[in-house]
Design a protein around this ligand. Structure first.
Ligand code: AP5
Ligand code: MG
Length: 209
């Protein structure tokens, strides 16, 4: 079973693509963004860090990710959403996967330019209950039946900081995984369906999952 990372700047479509991949394959997901938001709901310091567009401490995130990995049944592959985001997290992930009898097969990097990111995140609405992205033309969550709201870190100034944090802390992972021969760069500025198609084709999904 395959284990892989989906990485990319804020708003590159990580969640959107993972939702499509989970539909048809024997996979589960670990999202460090969801972990961070859960931690922030119980801790004001973490809430402030997210609101500033910075990263939570490596150790805190790694501990939670490690816990989640150990609870996943071996038959399921894992897609990592937005984890790792630093070289320290990447090194630690390698160790944790080995300890759990897994290996990392691919790092998918969804490339989207800054102008497109700002456009997408300035109009994104999410469900305040289940947190899913909503269709901006029909701003009601189909599951929870409530109106969507702007995510707290989608304020324009925070988006700019999130992009900068990505460039400073996470971009080095593109070379890190390229050097290891498992980087797959995808053009994220296409329709959602075409991005999914590219990911499936590049990973030769049907024959290997
Ligand atoms: P996280 O929740 O992971 O946020 P992010 O990386 O900034 O990315 P987003 O979730 O905003 O965007 P996405 O790429 O998932 O795009 P989406 O599919 O939603 O992290 C939040 C925070 O938690 C971090 O800032 C940090 O503080 C903390 N954190 C997380 N991980 C951490 C870690 N490992 N270590 C330390 N701290 C961590 O799409 C966005 C919008 O675009 C949607 O409206 C969607 O409909 C639209 N869209 C998607 N695809 C397309 C397309 N192809 N064309 C047009 N529109 C599209
Ligand atoms: Mg996301």
């Amino acid at each position: 079973m395959r284990n892989f990372i989906i990485m990319g700047p804020p708003g590159s479509g990580k969640d959107t693509q993972i939702e499509a991949l989970l539909e048809s394959h024997n996979l589960t997901m670990i999202s460090s963004g969801d972990i961070a938001r859960k931690l922030a709901s119980e801790n004001n310091l973490y809430k402030e860090i997210i609101a500033k567009g910075e990263l939570l401490d490596d150790k805190v995130i790694i501990k939670e990710v490690e816990k989640e990995i150990s609870q996943i049944e071996p038959a399921l592959g894992i897609i990592f959403d937005g984890f790792p985001r630093t070289v320290i997290q990447a090194e630690k992930l390698n160790e944790i996967l080995v300890n759990n009898g897994r290996t990392l097969d691919a790092a998918v990097y969804i490339h989207v330019e800054e102008e497109e990111i700002v456009k997408r995140l300035s109009s994104r609405l999410v469900c305040p209950i289940c947190k899913r992205n909503l269709d901006p033309h029909n701003n009601i969550c189909p599951e929870c039946n409530v109106e969507g709201i702007r995510r707290s870190d989608d304020e324009p100034v925070t988006v700019i900081n999130r992009i900068q944090t990505f460039l400073d802390k996470t971009m080095p992972l593109v070379s890190y995984y390229k050097d290891r021969g498992i980087l797959y760069e995808i053009n994220g500025e296409q329709s959602v369906e075409n991005v999914t198609k590219d990911i499936l084709e590049r990973l030769d999904f049907e024959s290997k999952v």
